[in-house]
Design a protein. Sequence first.
Length: 34
Amino acid sequence: TQHWWQLTEPCQQPLSDRPAGAWWAPMEEVFHLD
């Protein structure tokens, strides 16, 4: 897992509207499968 994070983290760009200190920004759910 740590190796995967090292490979993929440079590809992730934080959104400008995310809360301070958060990795993810809240979004509206557009698809749900039960």
